[in-house]
Design a protein around this ligand. Structure first.
Ligand code: C2O
Ligand code: CU
Ligand code: CU
Length: 499
């Protein structure tokens, strides 16, 4: 309730219409006045194979006339969209102009662990990190974000995140929308809480230790309730959940169908028609929506009810709403502008063939439990450690340790990881691989989850099939972790090296 009132005061909305949908109380409809910010594009091919970003402090007005202290990569908040072409060698430069250690992790970009930007690859204040590698993967939407040891949640919350687009010519071949910022839009979803001066409030209090830091205000590309002007045709949305903890249950407010064409690792074999789509922190989905009817439409999210699975739904809902945000709301609005060229008028019937996931009976299987509360207590008696206050979190009963390598798969080998989440739904992410989901809670994955993935929201046991093609050393290993950043920071993370 406070959320809506707060929103109205702060955004200075003139109208107060009743909102529809669960979780919305009398309050206001967002005004949709801010144009959707389109991040600057850094296309490596047009810059001599170079990508240059600077982690810096900034000032960003989430509300009119209120400058919030923020961080960004070469921007006040968030960073440029990096466009990389598969097959090209890219020279990155990441300068740290903050007065604290940071890193830049290429989430979903396949590269050796020595250049992937995990917590072992700290960039000290004033330093420049210069990784170089050849991009070699299918066309996909990935992203990058700060990943410093124990502090990823706060730094990402302050703004250290951006999108990566990997191209290999498939879009063009399939006739998909690819005019950046016109019919091919980056849609970076986050939620934030602000203090009375319009500054970001990052508070890891009791509920946030449990459920991650969630906000009462939804932002898209750093703007509250923005509006995008789009052509009257097929529009492609590259949706990234860059929130610290909340899942978005997306739909259009008129319930129109849309087509999911790609997940984290690239295209699905066929567009999947859906009317609601859940996207968890770290995940990406590419969606085609037909706006040729000329009707304006809002992208909305339902309340995040998965936050407290298994904790008693009544209490869970109350905590989610009143203490930590995650309510229903409108994210943004699309308005059709007939004067914009709409080159794509139809959705292809098929996209890119997908290999059947196959493996030998003798394949290595590993069990990984994402532990909270009781599971962790068990582990702690076996010699794990605590970290900070609040309920301990970890993996297989142990808190993350920078000096412990949890697994050493052979380079080139395949494995099945059996993941068991506890207490609530956790978005599980693995560096250095694109995996396939074999099962989720004993069932085959839904069609839009059946392609290449690097992050998956699990509220039950799952089997993930992966092949280790990127090298990782004991000095610079790959991470695997829950992408609720407060869980990751507090130790729900492990690391693997290849042998
Ligand atoms: Cu998106 Cu280990 O990260
Ligand atoms: Cu990652
Ligand atoms: Cu988690």
């Amino acid at each position: 309730m406070t959320t809506r009132r707060f929103f109205l005061e702060r955004a200075g909305a003139a109208t107060a219409l009743a909102m529809t949908g669960q979780g919305c109380v009398t309050g206001g409809k967002p005004p949709f006045v801010t144009p959707l910010p389109i991040p600057a594009l850094q296309e490596a091919r047009k810059r001599n194979g170079h990508i240059d970003i600077i982690a810096t402090k900034g000032k960003h007005a989430f509300f009119p006339n209120q400058q919030a202290a923020t961080y960004g990569f070469s921007a006040a908040f968030l960073g440029p969209v990096l466009m990389l072409h598969s097959g090209d060698e890219v020279q990155f430069s990441v300068e740290n102009k903050l007065d604290e250690v940071t890193t830049a992790h290429w989430h979903g970009v396949l590269a050796p662990a020595a250049v992937d930007g995990g917590p072992h690859l700290a960039i000290k204040p004033g330093e420049i990190w210069r990784p170089r590698f050849r991009v070699n993967q299918l066309e996909a939407t990935a992203w990058y974000h700060a990943h410093p040891h124990g502090d990823s949640g706060r730094q990402v919350y302050m703004g250290l995140a951006g999108m990566v687009i990997i191209k290999d010519g498939t879009s063009q071949r399939l006739g998909l929308p690819e005019s950046y910022g016109v019919d091919d839009l980056p849609i970076i979803l986050q939620d934030r809480t602000f203090d009375s001066t319009g500054n970001l409030k990052y508070a890891v209090n009791g509920p946030a230790m449990m459920m991650g830091v969630r906000g009462d205000t939804l932002i898209v590309n750093g703007a509250i309730a923005p509006v995008a002007r789009v052509p009257a045709g097929i529009v492609r949305l590259r949706i990234l959940n860059a929130a610290n903890a909340r899942n978005f249950d997306l739909s259009f407010q008129d319930d129109r169908a849309f087509h999911v064409i790609a997940s984290d690792g690239g295209y699905l074999p066929n567009p999947v028609a859906m009317t609601t789509l859940t996207i968890a922190p770290g995940e990406r989905f590419e969606v085609l929506v037909d706006l040729s009817d000329g009707q304006a439409v809002e992208l909305v999210t339902a309340e995040d009810r998965r936050a407290l699975m298994g904790m008693g739904s009544g209490i869970g809902t109350a905590m989610t709403n009143e203490m930590s945000g995650s309510g229903a709301g409108s994210l943004m609005r699309f308005e059709v502008d007939g004067s914009l060229a709409a080159p794509v008028k139809s959705i292809p019937l098929s996209l890119l063939a997908l290999q059947e996931p196959t493996y030998p009976d003798s394949i290595v299987r590993r069990q990984i439990s994402l532990d909270m509360g009781p599971g962790m207590m068990r582990g702690m008696r076996m010699g794990g450690g605590g970290m900070g206050s609040g309920p301990p979190v970890g993996i297989n009963g142990r808190v993350f340790d920078m000096n412990r390598i949890d697994f050493e798969p052979a380079l080139g080998s395949s494995e099945i990881w059996e993941i068991s989440p506890t207490m609530m739904a956790h978005p599980f992410h693995i560096h250095g691989v694109i995996f396939r989901i074999l099962s989720m809670s004993g069932k085959p994955p839904a069609a839009h989850l059946a392609g290449g993935k690097d992050t998956v929201l699990l509220d039950g046991p799952a089997e993930l099939l992966m092949r280790f093609l990127q090298p990782a050393s004991r000095e610079a290993p790959f991470m695997f972790h829950c992408h609720i950043l407060e869980h990751e920071d507090r130790g729900m993370m492990g690391q693997y090296a290849t042998r």
